[in-house]
Design a protein around this ligand. Structure first.
Ligand SMILES: Nc1ncnc2c1ncn2[C@@H]1O[C@H](COP(=O)(O)OP(=O)(O)O)[C@@H](O)[C@H]1O
Ligand SMILES: O=C(O)C1=C[C@@H](OP(=O)(O)O)[C@@H](O)[C@H](O)C1
Length: 362
């Protein structure tokens, strides 16, 4: 018996041996309201099956009320237009058949008829291949890990639930993360985008693309900061016309008022991290990719700290324009620690959603 815990509810599956012996279907039960509220959770589960190289599709079933609505929701959450697309993208090599059927009014059943497996689908017959265990492996890896920051199962669940609660209030609006260099905009942004089923964009990466694949450091060196800033504004203008994006902006995006005009089309979130922590993080990875920090003499920490301090003097007021502020010091205090290094990106993402919620509800 395999039990998969997906966001507070359980899916129970017969073992493959049992399926073979009894020639039954693999039955997965979802309380209907969970299914409707949490299409992403179904997707996560299906992704696990897809990773096991099992092919699946959802059969149209006209007797099932809401099936079309659910399919649309799931497809939307996947950002694929159809299940056919999903199949093509995953290039699976097994063949299993999922169909949705109603059994009771308040329940849904997903059936995987074992007779639909073609001969030679060895993956399906290996019991160990179905080890979808009760751990954070049930969630997409990118939600759970950012660099070397694994999220605990609890953190990942809280994040996912919070994101689902917030979704109707967000109504597809983009989220622009602002903050000093090294504040975690990229790291936290990826986690947020996964949780919200949004797309993620790093504005620095888009500028690099716009300038023919030239790195930020090279753009500064060859063309000067002015050209970089013009491209930054253009990138933000374009992104502000879109929906369902999390954007990691460059640390200096806040200095031009025109950029705020674009970011106000969505919700801006300031990741407020103490300078010492920023300097430590940047010293750890080096200042080469951050041209504004690279000119100072001294060791990596000292030069990062010195330059960050002067940039902070210039920019602190501008960051405060953001719709929501996520203070690492405040989170650390809530967690009962004085060290902001103990605050993981997933916890920061949760706090970001909380602050966005307060902004939207006030
Ligand atoms: N919460 C955190 N705790 C410790 N290190 C972090 C945290 N968030 C990000 N980092 C690290 O700090 C560095 C800068 O993060 P990054 O997301 O690139 O920041 P930004 O996009 O704001 O410049 C990276 O090496 C990243 O791994
Ligand atoms: O603070 C800044 O002015 C900058 C921050 C960088 O982005 P990150 O904040 O992602 O490091 C990058 O846009 C450029 O080096 C300038």
């Amino acid at each position: 018996m395999l039990i998969v815990n997906l966001n507070y509810w359980h899916i129970e599956c017969h073992s493959t041996r049992e399926i073979e012996r009894e020639e039954t279907h693999l039955c997965i039960w979802f309380p209907a309201y969970c299914f409707l509220r949490r299409p992403n959770a179904l997707f996560d589960f299906l992704s696990n099956l897809a990773e096991l190289k099992l092919r699946f599709y959802i059969e149209e079933d006209n007797t099932l009320e809401k099936s079309r609505e659910m399919e649309a929701k799931v497809a939307q959450s996947l950002q694929f237009s159809t299940w056919n697309d999903l199949e093509k993208k995953r290039k699976p090599n097994g063949s299993l058949h999922f169909s949705l059927r109603s059994r009771e009014q308040n329940r849904l059943q997903i059936l995987i008829p074992s007779h639909l497996q073609p001969t030679g689908t060895a993956t399906w017959h290996k019991p160990e291949a179905l080890q979808v265990s009760c751990s954070y492996r049930n969630f997409p890896g990118s939600v759970l890990e950012s660099g070397s920051f694994p999220a605990t199962f609890d953190e990942a669940m809280i994040l996912k639930n919070k994101a689902e609660d917030l979704e109707p209030y967000l109504n597809g609006r983009c989220i622009f993360l602002v903050g000093m260099m090294g504040s975690g905009k990229t790291t936290v942004g990826r986690i947020l985008s996964d949780a919200l089923s949004y797309s993620f964009f790093d504005s620095d990466a888009l500028i690099e693309q716009a300038v023919g694949g030239t790195s930020v450091a090279e753009i500064f060196k060859l063309y000067g900061e002015g050209l970089f800033r013009d491209n930054e504004t253009e990138v933000l203008r374009k992104l502000s016309t879109m929906h369902r994006l999390v954007v990691s902006t460059g640390g200096g995006a806040v200095i031009r008022p025109i950029n705020w005009k674009y970011m106000r089309k969505g919700i801006s979130v300031w990741l407020d991290v103490p300078l010492e922590a920023l300097a430590r993080r940047i010293a750890d990875v080096g200042t080469e990719s951050r041209p504004l920090l690279h000119q100072e003499p001294g060791d990596a920490y000292a030069k990062a700290f010195k330059r960050l301090s002067s940039l902070w003097e210039e920019r602190s007021e501008a960051y405060a324009n953001a719709s929501a502020r996520v203070s690492l010091e405040n989170i650390a205090a809530k967690l009962g620690t004085s060290d902001v290094c103990n605050v993981t990106p997933t916890v920061i993402a949760i706090e970001a959603l909380q602050q966005i919620e307060s902004f939207l509800k006030n």
